[in-house]
Every structure is written in C-alpha cells, then in structure tokens.
Ligand binder design. Structure first.
Ligand code: HEM
Ligand code: HEM
Length: 406
C-alpha cells in the first residue's frame, strides 16, 4: 500500500515524526528509571508533546494527506506542500518551547501551531466537500471530525498557554483535563478508529448507518467529557458513557473478525490487529474513570483521580494504538525495502507490545517499582522501530528482476 499522491510530503512528515519521537522514550526511560530523580514539569511536558504532536500528530497529518491527496486539485499542489513543510517546522519548534520552559515562547509558538492545525482542518473539510460527504470512506469521515476535535483541544491548550504567560484567568475549572480529554477521547480515538478500519478492512470497509453512528458517538462523546471538565458539569461528562459503549461495540463488530484472523507471527497487518485491544482498553478505562467520578457524588475539585489509571489509559492509545498503527503504515509503505534490518521486525513488534502491555498493568495496579524495568523495554523497542523505519525510508527499493526472452 503506497500513497498515490504527495508521497514526498507524506515521507517528510513521517520522517520528521520519527526524528522528534527519539525525545519521547529518552525522557520516558529517564523518568521510569528515576536516574535523575523527579523530572521537572517542563521535561514531562516535552515527553508528552514530543509524543502527541511530534510523533502522533505529524503521523496523523501524513495519513490525512494520504487519505485526501487524490481529491486535491493540481492547482493546490503548492499550498499542500507548504502546509506539510510548515507542520514539519512548527511542531518541533513548539516541542522545544515546552523544553525551554519559557511561557511567552510557549504561548507564541503554540498559537502559530494552532493556525497550522486549523489549516489542516480546512484542508480536510475542503477535500471532503469536493468528494461529497455521503461518498467519504469511514476513515475519511473519522479523520475530518477528528481534526475538528484537534482544533477544539488545541484551542483550549493555547488559551492555557496564554493564561500561564499573561497571568490572567481565562478558565474557572480544570482546563488541562479538558484539553487532554478533547485531544485523547476526541481527536485520537476517532483518528485511530478510522485508520484501523482503513488498514484492517481495506476494500471490505463500507459506510453504513452503524459506522455513521459509531463516528458520531465518538465525536459527541469526546466533546461531552471535555465540555464536562471545562464547565465543571459532571452530568455532561456522564453522557459520554453510553456513547462510548455504543461506539466500542460497533467498532468491535466491524473489525474484531479481521483482527482475530490476522496472524501475529509476521507481516505488517499485525500492527493494526494488535492496536484494536489497546484502543478498547483505552475506551473501557475511560468509561470506568467517568463512572467512578460520577458515582462518587462529589464535586470535581474534591475527587481524587487515580493518576496511574490516567497514565495507563494514555499510554494504551499513545503507544499501544497510535504507535502500532504508524509503525504498521511505515512497514507496509517500505515493504519493498524490508530486507533492511529484516532481523529487527520481530523484536520491534514483540518488545513494543509486551512492553506497553506490562507498563499499563504496572501503572493501573500501582506497582510503580516495576516501572524501571518496563519503561526501558518499551523505550528500546521504540528506538529500534525509529532506526529500522528511518533506514528503510532512505534505502533504495529492491531492484525488480525482469526475465528477458532469449
Ligand atoms: C507517543 C508516545 C508517548 C506519549 C504521548 C506519552 C505521554 C505521557 C504522559 C501524558 C505522561 C504523564 C506525564 C505526567 O507525569 O504528567 C507520561 C508519563 C510517563 N511516560 Fe510516557 N508517553 C509516551 C511514550 C512513552 C514511552 C515510549 C515510554 C518509555 C520509555 C514512556 C514512559 C513514561 C513514564 C515512565 C512515565 C511516568 C509514569 C509515572 O509517573 O508513573 N512513555 N507519558
Ligand atoms: C497546539 C497544540 C497543543 C497545545 C497548545 C497544548 C498545550 C498544552 C498545555 C498548555 C498543557 C498544560 C501545561 C501545564 O500543565 O503547564 C498541556 C498538557 C497536556 N497536553 Fe497538550 N497541547 C497541544 C497538543 C496536544 C495534543 C495533540 C495532545 C494529545 C493528543 C495533548 C495532550 C496533552 C496531555 C495529555 C496533557 C496533560 C499532561 C499531564 O498533565 O500529564 N496536547 N498541553
């Protein structure tokens, strides 16, 4: 599976994502092993955003270009290339601003990045209108709504930055929680559902009433949790529970048979199959968290939220779902260069997935002593994946042998 248009730009976005991703496990391993003690908030936020923006969002932008590229008129080629370049510059700069801890720099570069993110949403909406909303594939529809959620979540993020940089009070409630949930339960869950459907079902994927309900429920569910946290309205957050449950059931009916049939022994498709249980883990733990909050009967500011559970469900989608999906896409896109570091394929797949599964269990059960073993395993698998796919992206495709008749 290769992109039919904008292959160069898609390659740039994925390659930049791979480079920025080196930062994430580096900080993750230092944090998990505690070799430098407790890390500062600036370093932790660099870990978070080098992963969410540097790796996942640059990858998601590449996927949006792949999905909508064929619908872009030739007159827009230059604009599209400019958008890809702007993204590959704005995201690393913003991640560096987090590391610097300079609040005005974070606010300014965050605002510039928000503009780039809005351009992606406009790009996808324009391309979708050109194709016709009824004719969009499941992945295309999910990607458009996912980008709308990304704009909402990033706007909250930028307002937090402005709040911090200027010392003014814009939000009365938990805006960081609202930002994080809009990005994870809104943007990332929708993006993952669409990409898994696309890659696992291929030509068998159909837009049906059920798939429309699934996408609509996930979009509204993300808005309800984020809105509930932002406005301090527990009943609004509670509304997300039935929506998320309905969506996850439809998702499983659609993709579970294909995921179960996919062999885990070898091949690129196994990355998409294994992403399914991690995505379900994220949604089920989110529902469990909301139910715990709602049934406590206390106002938000008095509820003790289990931190390990939140970080666990976060890594389920960041590493278990999105990293698997993007590694799977890279593995398929470079399949004609699979000879490069062929020995690494099994190690990347098994170390990453065993590492993240145990990491999540450790976080949820509170056995944090074991983090110093599980974080390096997951981190080494990520490093190996970055090196392998970078080498393959840069390698020449296997020469094709053509038999010349005598
Ligand atoms: C896309 C990739 C990733 C993202 C977006 C991500 C995000 C996060 C977030 C949001 C936190 C919570 C930060 C806080 O304390 O406020 C965190 C903590 C952590 N992450 Fe990651 N992470 C990613 C990958 C990794 C990897 C590959 C490793 C392993 C090397 C790792 C290891 C850790 C550790 C050890 C913690 C601290 C857990 C604790 O406080 O008990 N992360 N990460
Ligand atoms: C323009 C884009 C973005 C902006 C402006 C932004 C801004 C922020 C800010 C200001 C914070 C809180 C900082 C603090 O507590 O001092 C934050 C935290 C966080 N952000 Fe973002 N962010 C962006 C993109 C994203 C994306 C795409 C994701 C996920 C897919 C994400 C996930 C998170 C998470 C999980 C936290 C909470 C970290 C923790 O407390 O452990 N952010 N972000």
């Amino acid at each position: 599976m290769r992109p039919t248009r904008f292959a160069t730009e898609i390659g740039w976005l994925l390659q930049t994502g791979l480079i920025v991703f080196i930062v994430t496990p580096t900080i993750g391993i230092i944090n998990g092993t505690k070799i430098f003690g407790t890390l500062s908030r600036d370093v932790l936020l660099t870990h978070v955003h080098s992963g969410t923006l540097g790796w996942i969002t640059l990858g998601a932008m590449a996927m949006v270009l792949w999905l909508f590229g064929p619908a872009v008129p030739a007159s827009k080629d230059r604009n599209t290339r400019t958008l890809a370049i702007l993204s590959a510059v704005a995201i690393p700069v913003y991640v560096a601003a987090f590391f610097s801890g300079n609040l005005p720099a974070r606010a300014i570069t965050g605002t510039l990045l928000l503009l780039v993110i809005v351009m992606w949403a406009v790009f996808a909406i324009g391309a979708a209108s050109g194709i016709g909303w009824g004719r969009l594939s499941v992945a295309q529809l999910a990607a458009v709504l996912s980008l709308v959620s990304l704009v909402i979540g990033s706007t909250i993020g930028v307002l937090i930055q402005i709040q911090l940089a200027t010392g003014t009070k814009i939000f009365a409630n938990d805006a960081v929680g609202a930002h994080a949930t809009a990005q994870v339960s809104g943007y990332l869950v929708l993006m993952s559902v669409g990409l898994i459907d696309w890659r696992l079902l291929g030509d068998r994927s159909r837009r049906t009433l059920a798939s429309n309900v699934m996408i609509g429920a996930l979009f509204l569910g993300g808005l309800c949790v984020a809105g509930g946290l932002l406005l301090g309205l527990i009943p609004l957050a509670a509304l997300a529970t039935p929506l998320e449950i309905l969506a996850v059931v439809i998702f499983l009916i659609r993709v579970a048979p294909s995921a179960l049939r996919t062999p885990l022994r070898s091949g690129s498709a196994r990355f998409f199959a294994i992403a399914v249980p991690f995505l379900v883990t994220n949604i089920v733990l989110t529902v469990y968290l909301i139910v715990t909050i709602v049934s406590s009967g206390k106002p938000f500011d008095q509820i003790e939220i289990p931190f390990g559970l939140i970080i666990g469900l976060d890594h389920a989608i960041f590493v278990g779902t999105m990293t698997n999906i993007l590694f799977g896409v890279l593995s398929q896109a470079t399949s004609d260069r699979a000879r490069v570091w062929a020995w690494a394929d099994q190690l990347v797949f098994w170390l990453l997935n065993a590492g993240v599964a145990v990491f999540i269990v450790v976080l949820i059960t509170g056995a944090t002593d074991l983090e110093r073993f599980t974080a390096p395993v997951m981190g080494l698998a990520v490093y190996l994946g970055i090196a392998t796919f970078t080498l393959r992206l840069r390698a020449q495709p296997e020469p094709v042998t053509v038999a010349i008749p005598a």
